[in-house]
Design a protein around this ligand. Structure first.
Ligand code: FES
Ligand SMILES: [Fe+2]
Length: 410
Protein backbone atom coordinates (compact mmCIF):
# COMPACT_ATOMS: atom_id res chain seq x y z
CA UNK A 1 0.00 0.00 0.00
CA UNK A 2 1.45 3.40 -0.93
CA UNK A 3 1.11 6.31 1.43
CA UNK A 4 0.90 9.74 -0.14
CA UNK A 5 3.16 12.33 1.37
CA UNK A 6 0.65 15.16 1.97
CA UNK A 7 3.30 17.87 1.60
CA UNK A 8 4.45 16.40 -1.73
CA UNK A 9 0.87 16.14 -2.90
CA UNK A 10 0.17 19.79 -1.98
CA UNK A 11 3.28 20.84 -3.89
CA UNK A 12 2.09 18.94 -6.93
CA UNK A 13 -1.30 20.61 -6.74
CA UNK A 14 0.26 24.05 -6.38
CA UNK A 15 2.52 23.51 -9.40
CA UNK A 16 -0.40 22.23 -11.44
CA UNK A 17 -2.56 25.22 -10.48
CA UNK A 18 0.22 27.64 -11.35
CA UNK A 19 0.58 25.99 -14.75
CA UNK A 20 -3.15 26.32 -15.31
CA UNK A 21 -2.98 30.02 -14.43
CA UNK A 22 -0.12 30.48 -16.89
CA UNK A 23 -2.00 28.58 -19.61
CA UNK A 24 -5.09 30.73 -19.03
CA UNK A 25 -3.06 33.93 -19.21
CA UNK A 26 -1.39 32.74 -22.44
CA UNK A 27 -4.69 32.84 -24.36
CA UNK A 28 -5.22 35.78 -26.71
CA UNK A 29 -7.79 38.33 -25.45
CA UNK A 30 -10.55 37.07 -27.78
CA UNK A 31 -10.09 33.55 -26.35
CA UNK A 32 -9.59 34.66 -22.76
CA UNK A 33 -11.35 32.90 -19.91
CA UNK A 34 -11.59 33.43 -16.18
CA UNK A 35 -8.90 31.83 -14.01
CA UNK A 36 -9.37 28.38 -12.50
CA UNK A 37 -11.50 28.58 -9.35
CA UNK A 38 -8.65 27.22 -7.20
CA UNK A 39 -6.69 30.43 -7.88
CA UNK A 40 -9.17 32.08 -5.48
CA UNK A 41 -9.81 29.22 -3.05
CA UNK A 42 -6.55 27.29 -2.59
CA UNK A 43 -4.80 28.05 0.74
CA UNK A 44 -1.42 26.90 -0.64
CA UNK A 45 -1.65 29.30 -3.55
CA UNK A 46 -2.60 32.10 -1.14
CA UNK A 47 0.49 31.30 0.96
CA UNK A 48 2.56 31.39 -2.23
CA UNK A 49 1.10 34.82 -3.04
CA UNK A 50 1.96 36.10 0.45
CA UNK A 51 5.54 34.92 0.11
CA UNK A 52 6.20 35.87 -3.50
CA UNK A 53 3.86 38.80 -4.14
CA UNK A 54 2.90 40.57 -0.91
CA UNK A 55 6.30 40.15 0.74
CA UNK A 56 8.15 41.24 -2.39
CA UNK A 57 6.33 44.28 -3.70
CA UNK A 58 5.22 47.75 -2.60
CA UNK A 59 1.95 47.75 -0.67
CA UNK A 60 -0.10 50.93 -0.31
CA UNK A 61 -1.26 51.30 3.29
CA UNK A 62 -2.18 54.93 3.86
CA UNK A 63 -2.48 58.53 2.75
CA UNK A 64 -0.50 61.35 4.32
CA UNK A 65 -3.67 63.27 5.19
CA UNK A 66 -4.43 60.54 7.75
CA UNK A 67 -1.44 61.67 9.84
CA UNK A 68 -1.14 65.44 9.29
CA UNK A 69 0.42 66.43 12.64
CA UNK A 70 3.36 65.11 14.71
CA UNK A 71 2.05 62.35 16.98
CA UNK A 72 -0.78 61.36 14.62
CA UNK A 73 -0.97 57.60 14.07
CA UNK A 74 -3.10 55.00 12.30
CA UNK A 75 -2.98 51.30 13.13
CA UNK A 76 -3.57 48.51 10.67
CA UNK A 77 -2.94 44.80 10.38
CA UNK A 78 -1.11 43.78 7.23
CA UNK A 79 -0.64 40.05 6.68
CA UNK A 80 0.89 38.94 10.02
CA UNK A 81 2.27 42.34 10.91
CA UNK A 82 0.74 44.69 13.49
CA UNK A 83 1.60 48.13 12.16
CA UNK A 84 1.34 51.74 13.23
CA UNK A 85 1.81 54.55 10.71
CA UNK A 86 3.15 57.44 12.79
CA UNK A 87 4.24 61.01 12.12
CA UNK A 88 7.23 61.74 14.35
CA UNK A 89 8.26 64.92 16.13
CA UNK A 90 10.69 65.39 13.23
CA UNK A 91 7.65 65.41 10.90
CA UNK A 92 8.76 62.18 9.20
CA UNK A 93 6.17 59.48 8.61
CA UNK A 94 7.36 56.05 9.76
CA UNK A 95 5.80 52.64 9.52
CA UNK A 96 6.50 51.00 12.88
CA UNK A 97 5.79 47.55 14.21
CA UNK A 98 3.44 47.60 17.20
CA UNK A 99 5.15 44.48 18.52
CA UNK A 100 6.95 45.21 21.78
CA UNK A 101 10.55 43.93 21.68
CA UNK A 102 10.26 42.72 25.28
CA UNK A 103 7.98 39.67 25.19
CA UNK A 104 6.30 40.32 21.88
CA UNK A 105 2.96 41.88 22.75
CA UNK A 106 1.02 43.77 20.07
CA UNK A 107 0.81 46.98 22.11
CA UNK A 108 -2.59 47.95 20.66
CA UNK A 109 -4.32 44.71 19.74
CA UNK A 110 -7.59 45.00 17.82
CA UNK A 111 -10.71 44.12 19.80
CA UNK A 112 -9.63 45.35 23.25
CA UNK A 113 -10.78 48.95 23.09
CA UNK A 114 -7.54 50.53 21.86
CA UNK A 115 -8.21 53.37 19.43
CA UNK A 116 -7.02 52.53 15.92
CA UNK A 117 -6.04 56.12 15.20
CA UNK A 118 -5.43 59.35 17.05
CA UNK A 119 -2.56 61.42 18.40
CA UNK A 120 -0.01 60.36 21.01
CA UNK A 121 3.26 61.59 22.48
CA UNK A 122 4.74 58.12 22.87
CA UNK A 123 3.85 54.42 22.88
CA UNK A 124 3.37 52.54 26.13
CA UNK A 125 3.24 48.76 26.15
CA UNK A 126 0.39 47.80 28.50
CA UNK A 127 2.08 44.51 29.53
CA UNK A 128 5.11 45.72 31.57
CA UNK A 129 5.07 49.42 30.74
CA UNK A 130 8.08 49.71 28.48
CA UNK A 131 7.71 52.96 26.57
CA UNK A 132 8.82 54.14 23.13
CA UNK A 133 9.15 57.43 21.28
CA UNK A 134 7.28 58.24 18.07
CA UNK A 135 10.38 57.12 16.14
CA UNK A 136 10.24 53.71 17.87
CA UNK A 137 13.22 54.33 20.17
CA UNK A 138 13.07 52.92 23.72
CA UNK A 139 12.31 55.59 26.32
CA UNK A 140 11.89 53.55 29.47
CA UNK A 141 11.84 50.00 30.81
CA UNK A 142 11.01 49.82 34.53
CA UNK A 143 12.94 47.50 36.86
CA UNK A 144 15.29 46.26 34.15
CA UNK A 145 18.49 47.48 35.84
CA UNK A 146 19.72 43.96 36.57
CA UNK A 147 19.48 42.81 32.96
CA UNK A 148 22.84 42.65 31.15
CA UNK A 149 21.16 44.12 28.11
CA UNK A 150 20.64 47.32 30.06
CA UNK A 151 23.80 47.62 32.17
CA UNK A 152 26.39 45.13 30.95
CA UNK A 153 29.16 45.40 28.35
CA UNK A 154 28.31 48.17 25.98
CA UNK A 155 27.01 51.49 27.13
CA UNK A 156 23.38 51.79 28.12
CA UNK A 157 22.76 54.19 25.24
CA UNK A 158 23.90 51.61 22.70
CA UNK A 159 21.68 48.99 24.25
CA UNK A 160 18.75 51.31 24.21
CA UNK A 161 19.27 51.93 20.51
CA UNK A 162 19.27 48.20 19.88
CA UNK A 163 15.95 47.67 21.65
CA UNK A 164 13.28 49.57 19.73
CA UNK A 165 10.07 49.16 17.80
CA UNK A 166 11.18 47.84 14.40
CA UNK A 167 10.69 50.19 11.44
CA UNK A 168 9.48 48.82 8.12
CA UNK A 169 10.86 50.23 4.88
CA UNK A 170 8.38 52.80 3.61
CA UNK A 171 8.13 55.56 1.01
CA UNK A 172 5.64 58.24 0.12
CA UNK A 173 4.54 58.71 -3.47
CA UNK A 174 1.78 60.99 -4.74
CA UNK A 175 0.62 61.44 -1.16
CA UNK A 176 0.23 57.72 -0.50
CA UNK A 177 2.25 55.72 2.04
CA UNK A 178 3.78 52.49 0.76
CA UNK A 179 5.54 49.77 2.72
CA UNK A 180 7.62 46.81 1.61
CA UNK A 181 9.21 43.83 3.33
CA UNK A 182 11.88 43.67 0.59
CA UNK A 183 15.01 45.73 1.18
CA UNK A 184 16.13 45.37 -2.46
CA UNK A 185 12.99 46.58 -4.21
CA UNK A 186 13.33 49.65 -6.47
CA UNK A 187 11.90 52.96 -5.17
CA UNK A 188 8.12 53.40 -5.47
CA UNK A 189 8.53 56.29 -7.91
CA UNK A 190 10.49 54.01 -10.27
CA UNK A 191 8.20 51.06 -9.67
CA UNK A 192 5.03 52.95 -10.59
CA UNK A 193 6.60 55.46 -13.02
CA UNK A 194 4.28 54.41 -15.85
CA UNK A 195 1.22 55.18 -13.72
CA UNK A 196 2.29 58.76 -13.05
CA UNK A 197 0.77 60.34 -16.21
CA UNK A 198 -2.63 59.06 -15.12
CA UNK A 199 -2.42 60.43 -11.56
CA UNK A 200 -0.22 63.47 -11.27
CA UNK A 201 -2.71 66.08 -12.47
CA UNK A 202 -4.86 65.36 -9.39
CA UNK A 203 -2.06 66.43 -7.05
CA UNK A 204 -3.16 63.73 -4.60
CA UNK A 205 -0.55 64.77 -2.02
CA UNK A 206 -2.64 67.92 -1.47
CA UNK A 207 -5.94 66.07 -1.19
CA UNK A 208 -7.57 65.14 2.11
CA UNK A 209 -9.22 61.90 3.09
CA UNK A 210 -12.77 62.83 4.11
CA UNK A 211 -14.34 59.37 4.35
CA UNK A 212 -12.93 56.00 5.40
CA UNK A 213 -15.30 53.01 5.66
CA UNK A 214 -14.02 49.64 6.85
CA UNK A 215 -15.45 46.36 5.55
CA UNK A 216 -14.67 42.78 6.57
CA UNK A 217 -15.17 40.72 3.44
CA UNK A 218 -15.57 37.01 2.74
CA UNK A 219 -13.76 36.79 -0.58
CA UNK A 220 -10.30 36.44 -2.08
CA UNK A 221 -8.33 39.62 -2.75
CA UNK A 222 -8.20 38.91 -6.50
CA UNK A 223 -12.00 38.73 -6.69
CA UNK A 224 -12.04 42.34 -5.46
CA UNK A 225 -9.21 43.49 -7.76
CA UNK A 226 -10.86 42.00 -10.84
CA UNK A 227 -14.22 43.46 -9.86
CA UNK A 228 -12.65 46.86 -9.26
CA UNK A 229 -10.84 46.89 -12.59
CA UNK A 230 -13.69 45.94 -14.94
CA UNK A 231 -16.76 48.07 -15.55
CA UNK A 232 -18.70 45.40 -17.42
CA UNK A 233 -20.53 44.66 -14.16
CA UNK A 234 -22.06 48.15 -14.11
CA UNK A 235 -24.66 46.59 -16.42
CA UNK A 236 -25.75 44.16 -13.72
CA UNK A 237 -24.51 44.87 -10.22
CA UNK A 238 -24.70 48.68 -10.51
CA UNK A 239 -27.57 48.97 -13.00
CA UNK A 240 -29.32 51.65 -10.93
CA UNK A 241 -26.32 53.39 -9.34
CA UNK A 242 -23.19 53.65 -11.50
CA UNK A 243 -24.50 52.47 -14.89
CA UNK A 244 -26.63 55.58 -15.62
CA UNK A 245 -23.62 57.80 -14.87
CA UNK A 246 -20.74 55.65 -16.14
CA UNK A 247 -22.17 53.13 -18.62
CA UNK A 248 -20.29 49.87 -19.10
CA UNK A 249 -20.33 50.24 -22.90
CA UNK A 250 -17.63 52.66 -23.91
CA UNK A 251 -15.18 51.80 -21.14
CA UNK A 252 -11.72 50.91 -22.38
CA UNK A 253 -8.28 49.88 -21.11
CA UNK A 254 -4.83 51.30 -21.77
CA UNK A 255 -2.28 48.69 -22.89
CA UNK A 256 -0.87 47.03 -19.77
CA UNK A 257 1.78 49.16 -18.06
CA UNK A 258 4.76 48.02 -16.02
CA UNK A 259 3.28 47.30 -12.58
CA UNK A 260 -0.02 48.88 -13.48
CA UNK A 261 -3.35 48.66 -15.27
CA UNK A 262 -5.49 51.67 -16.19
CA UNK A 263 -9.02 51.74 -17.64
CA UNK A 264 -11.13 54.72 -18.61
CA UNK A 265 -14.85 55.06 -17.98
CA UNK A 266 -16.38 57.92 -20.00
CA UNK A 267 -19.27 59.70 -18.30
CA UNK A 268 -22.72 59.41 -19.88
CA UNK A 269 -23.34 62.00 -22.61
CA UNK A 270 -26.19 63.59 -20.67
CA UNK A 271 -23.88 64.27 -17.73
CA UNK A 272 -21.15 65.75 -19.95
CA UNK A 273 -23.76 68.02 -21.59
CA UNK A 274 -24.93 69.19 -18.17
CA UNK A 275 -21.35 69.93 -17.16
CA UNK A 276 -20.70 71.85 -20.39
CA UNK A 277 -23.84 73.92 -19.89
CA UNK A 278 -22.51 74.90 -16.47
CA UNK A 279 -25.33 73.16 -14.60
CA UNK A 280 -23.83 69.95 -13.29
CA UNK A 281 -25.19 68.26 -10.19
CA UNK A 282 -23.26 69.79 -7.38
CA UNK A 283 -19.69 68.55 -7.30
CA UNK A 284 -16.61 68.90 -5.15
CA UNK A 285 -14.02 71.48 -6.26
CA UNK A 286 -11.92 69.92 -9.02
CA UNK A 287 -8.13 69.81 -8.96
CA UNK A 288 -6.85 72.79 -10.92
CA UNK A 289 -4.64 71.09 -13.51
CA UNK A 290 -7.01 68.59 -15.09
CA UNK A 291 -7.21 68.27 -18.86
CA UNK A 292 -10.52 68.44 -20.75
CA UNK A 293 -10.65 64.63 -21.10
CA UNK A 294 -10.14 64.22 -17.32
CA UNK A 295 -13.38 66.13 -16.76
CA UNK A 296 -15.42 63.82 -18.95
CA UNK A 297 -14.54 60.47 -17.50
CA UNK A 298 -13.64 58.37 -14.49
CA UNK A 299 -10.60 56.05 -14.52
CA UNK A 300 -9.73 52.98 -12.52
CA UNK A 301 -6.12 52.32 -11.79
CA UNK A 302 -4.30 49.36 -10.26
CA UNK A 303 -0.71 49.60 -9.09
CA UNK A 304 0.00 45.93 -8.59
CA UNK A 305 -0.73 44.24 -6.34
CA UNK A 306 -3.01 46.31 -4.05
CA UNK A 307 -2.97 50.02 -4.94
CA UNK A 308 -6.51 50.70 -6.19
CA UNK A 309 -7.76 54.12 -7.29
CA UNK A 310 -11.09 55.18 -8.78
CA UNK A 311 -10.43 58.67 -10.09
CA UNK A 312 -13.11 61.17 -11.08
CA UNK A 313 -13.22 64.80 -12.20
CA UNK A 314 -13.70 66.07 -8.63
CA UNK A 315 -12.60 63.20 -6.37
CA UNK A 316 -10.45 60.14 -5.85
CA UNK A 317 -11.61 56.95 -4.20
CA UNK A 318 -8.75 54.90 -2.76
CA UNK A 319 -9.36 51.34 -1.62
CA UNK A 320 -7.05 49.93 1.03
CA UNK A 321 -6.93 46.20 0.42
CA UNK A 322 -5.63 43.97 3.23
CA UNK A 323 -5.72 40.23 2.46
CA UNK A 324 -6.35 38.00 5.49
CA UNK A 325 -6.60 34.52 3.96
CA UNK A 326 -7.51 32.87 0.67
CA UNK A 327 -11.16 33.77 1.32
CA UNK A 328 -11.07 36.80 3.60
CA UNK A 329 -9.93 40.36 3.31
CA UNK A 330 -10.42 43.73 4.93
CA UNK A 331 -11.15 46.72 2.72
CA UNK A 332 -11.26 50.39 3.58
CA UNK A 333 -13.16 52.40 0.97
CA UNK A 334 -11.95 55.97 1.22
CA UNK A 335 -12.76 59.27 -0.45
CA UNK A 336 -10.22 62.04 -1.10
CA UNK A 337 -11.10 65.56 -2.18
CA UNK A 338 -9.24 68.84 -2.72
CA UNK A 339 -8.86 71.25 0.23
CA UNK A 340 -10.96 73.78 -1.75
CA UNK A 341 -13.86 71.30 -1.65
CA UNK A 342 -13.88 71.46 2.13
CA UNK A 343 -14.41 75.25 1.90
CA UNK A 344 -17.63 74.88 -0.12
CA UNK A 345 -20.61 76.29 1.84
CA UNK A 346 -22.56 73.04 1.72
CA UNK A 347 -19.61 70.65 1.87
CA UNK A 348 -21.06 68.65 4.78
CA UNK A 349 -24.33 67.98 2.96
CA UNK A 350 -22.47 67.07 -0.22
CA UNK A 351 -20.16 64.74 1.68
CA UNK A 352 -23.09 63.01 3.43
CA UNK A 353 -24.69 62.42 0.03
CA UNK A 354 -21.48 60.98 -1.41
CA UNK A 355 -20.91 58.70 1.60
CA UNK A 356 -24.41 57.28 1.16
CA UNK A 357 -23.64 56.67 -2.53
CA UNK A 358 -20.23 55.13 -1.72
CA UNK A 359 -21.84 52.72 0.76
CA UNK A 360 -24.55 51.84 -1.71
CA UNK A 361 -22.36 50.99 -4.69
CA UNK A 362 -19.80 49.26 -2.53
CA UNK A 363 -22.50 47.06 -0.97
CA UNK A 364 -23.48 46.09 -4.50
CA UNK A 365 -19.86 45.04 -5.10
CA UNK A 366 -19.68 43.19 -1.77
CA UNK A 367 -22.77 41.18 -2.70
CA UNK A 368 -21.42 40.05 -6.07
CA UNK A 369 -17.89 39.40 -4.79
CA UNK A 370 -19.18 37.37 -1.81
CA UNK A 371 -21.44 35.42 -4.14
CA UNK A 372 -18.60 34.81 -6.62
CA UNK A 373 -16.47 33.35 -3.82
CA UNK A 374 -19.37 31.02 -2.94
CA UNK A 375 -19.80 30.02 -6.57
CA UNK A 376 -16.11 29.26 -6.98
CA UNK A 377 -16.45 26.41 -4.45
CA UNK A 378 -18.94 24.60 -6.69
CA UNK A 379 -17.83 21.32 -8.28
CA UNK A 380 -19.68 22.14 -11.51
CA UNK A 381 -18.19 25.56 -12.26
CA UNK A 382 -15.73 25.78 -15.12
CA UNK A 383 -14.17 29.17 -15.94
CA UNK A 384 -16.19 31.07 -18.54
CA UNK A 385 -15.13 33.34 -21.42
CA UNK A 386 -14.17 36.99 -20.84
CA UNK A 387 -15.62 39.75 -23.01
CA UNK A 388 -13.88 42.82 -24.45
CA UNK A 389 -15.07 44.92 -21.49
CA UNK A 390 -13.07 42.59 -19.22
CA UNK A 391 -9.70 43.11 -20.91
CA UNK A 392 -8.29 44.41 -17.61
CA UNK A 393 -9.07 41.02 -16.02
CA UNK A 394 -6.98 39.42 -18.77
CA UNK A 395 -4.23 42.01 -18.12
CA UNK A 396 -4.28 41.11 -14.44
CA UNK A 397 -3.83 37.46 -15.44
CA UNK A 398 -0.70 38.50 -17.38
CA UNK A 399 0.66 40.07 -14.20
CA UNK A 400 -0.04 36.94 -12.13
CA UNK A 401 1.49 34.67 -14.75
CA UNK A 402 4.64 36.82 -14.80
CA UNK A 403 4.96 36.55 -11.01
CA UNK A 404 4.75 32.75 -11.26
CA UNK A 405 7.21 32.74 -14.15
CA UNK A 406 9.68 34.90 -12.23
CA UNK A 407 9.70 32.51 -9.26
CA UNK A 408 9.80 29.27 -11.25
CA UNK A 409 12.67 30.65 -13.38
CA UNK A 410 14.87 31.30 -10.34
S1 FES B 1 5.81 42.79 26.35
FE1 FES B 1 5.84 44.93 26.26
S2 FES B 1 6.65 45.55 28.13
FE2 FES B 1 6.64 43.43 28.27
FE1 LIG C 1 -18.35 47.65 -8.81
Amino acid sequence: MSVLNPKFSAQMQLTELQQKIQQTAARMPAAATALPAQAYTDPDFYQWEVEHIFHKQWLCIGHISQVPKPGDYVNLDLLDESISIVRGKDNLIRVLSRVCPHRGMDMMPPGFGHPTEGNRRSFLCPYHHWSYGLDGSLMGAPEMQQSEEFVGGASQKENREKICLPTFRSEIWQGFIFVTFDSQLEPVSTHYARLLPYLERWNMAEMNMVANLKWECQFNWKVLVENFMESYHHLGAHSKTLEPMIPATGTWAEPELANGIVCHLPLAKSIVEKMKSGQPDQMFAAPSHLQASDRERYSVCLGTPNFLLFIGPDRVYWYLLLPNSEREMTIHTTLLVTPESQELPDFDRLLDREIVALKQFHLEDVEVCTAVQRGLRSSVYTPGPLGHLEISVWQFQQYLARQIQAVTNK
